[in-house]
Design a protein around this ligand. Structure first.
Ligand SMILES: [Zn+2]
Ligand SMILES: [Zn+2]
Length: 381
């Protein structure tokens, strides 16, 4: 089959690789119809992880079940399914508690949590390919209505829509509250969209890219341009000096410095601490810094940051972090799409044949020509 394969930093190719096959009785094989490029893929693409040449990318996958293992009960050949980016077993202590993003069974090294298509989080090959093996299929396949309707909305159920929602959950967003979202990439825009779905009275979205701020305005948020001055102060000025009730950090990593030059991974965390009013809550569903084999910034190598803990404590802020527990939200978010109450595909900028992945990666990485969220179509072109 054809798949998007990592070659070397800033280079992927569409190559022939072996077809996946049923390895365990609870596996299924999905023929992929839509698979997204994520910011995480771009991070690996940039050569900042231990990813080896030959890694097949892709953890945001939707398709049709092609082959079903003998032990699978609820999924049938021909079903249309979307698959969470994290693999969950469904039976470990964390999965039973709903924390499927921290499954204790699936990662080969024994760490909590595992995803497709990345050596750092294991456990399997990615879905930017014609086919994908899905383990624990009864848990990991979310059934979708048959047909092709809402395809570019449903594919976002694999990651960015629930990750945005998770940010709001971690922060504790309630109806009528004010929310500041840092970052207007796909996850930030989803967090702002979910805050509005949850009934927030006002949502502020901070970024420095004009097109992204325009999209934030289009969905009903207040755009805050961080290139024109300290965003925390701008938001305080817009909230009578008080700051917001809740804040979501969805910039991801790497984080460009306020000046636009170089990287400052701690900046967003400390701006959140400044932005949110005393006793408020912060949700951080995307990492601000990661351990890197070769630190591009000094802090990045050990994965530590200098956070304003004094202010954090004095304000009594609650902080929630971590990968999204997609299974906790995906059924409800799917039904919002099906019923026409949510249309998250407004973040999708491009739908392209799989063969155009090398150019799509290059442009998405450079953030040029409006490339924000790309959906690859293995069965097109
Ligand atoms: Zn993703
Ligand atoms: Zn588990």
């Amino acid at each position: 089959m054809r798949a998007v394969v990592y070659q070397e930093p800033f280079q992927v190719a569409v190559q022939e690789v072996p077809d996946p096959h049923i390895e365990q009785p609870n596996d299924v094989i999905v023929r992929i119809t839509s698979t997204c490029i994520c910011g995480t893929d771009l991070y690996v693409y940039g050569g900042r992880t231990a990813a080896q040449p030959g890694t097949v990318f892709g953890h945001e996958n939707l398709g049709i079940v092609e082959e079903v293992g003998a032990g699978v009960i609820t999924v049938e050949q021909g079903d249309r399914v979307v698959v969470p980016f994290t693999v969950a077993c469904g039976f470990c202590r964390n999965c039973r508690a709903g924390s499927t993003g921290s499954c204790l069974t699936v990662h080969p090294s024994g760490r909590a949590g595992g995803a497709y298509g990345s050596v750092t989080t294991g456990p399997g090959a990615g879905g930017q390919a014609e086919y994908l093996r899905v383990p624990y299929a009864d848990v990991n396949c979310l059934p979708l209505p048959p047909g092709t309707q809402h395809e570019s909305d449903y594919v976002l159920l694999a990651d960015v829509f629930p990750s945005g929602y998770h940010g709001c959950e971690l922060a504790g967003v309630s109806p009528g509250e004010t929310v500041a979202v840092y970052g207007a990439g796909p996850v930030g825009l989803m967090a702002a969209y979910c805050a509005l779905l949850c009934g927030a009275s006002r949502v502020f979205v901070v970024d420095r890219v004009p097109e992204r701020l325009a999209t934030a305005r289009d969905i009903g948020a207040v755009a805050v341009d961080s290139s024109t001055g300290d965003p925390a102060q701008q938001i305080k000025d817009l909230t009578g000096g008080e700051g917001t009730d809740k804040g979501v950090g969805a910039v991801g990593f790497p984080i460009t410095a306020g000046t636009g030059e170089g990287e400052e991974p701690v900046t967003v965390l400390n701006q959140l601490v400044q932005t949110v009013r005393p006793t408020g809550g912060l949700g951080v569903p995307a990492p601000c810094v990661r351990c890197e084999p070769v630190g591009v910034v000094a802090d990045a190598e050990p994965g530590t940051l200098l956070v304003a803990v004094d202010t954090l404590f004095e304000k009594g802020l609650r902080v929630g972090t971590g990968r999204a527990d997609v299974k906790r939200y995906d059924r409800q978010l799917r039904d919002l799409i099906t019923e026409g109450r949510a249309t998250p595909s407004f973040v999708v900028s491009h739908e392209l044949p799989l063969d155009e992945a090398p150019v799509a990666y290059q442009k998405a990485d450079q953030r040029v020509d409006g490339y924000t969220k790309v959906v690859l179509k293995p069965d097109a072109g």
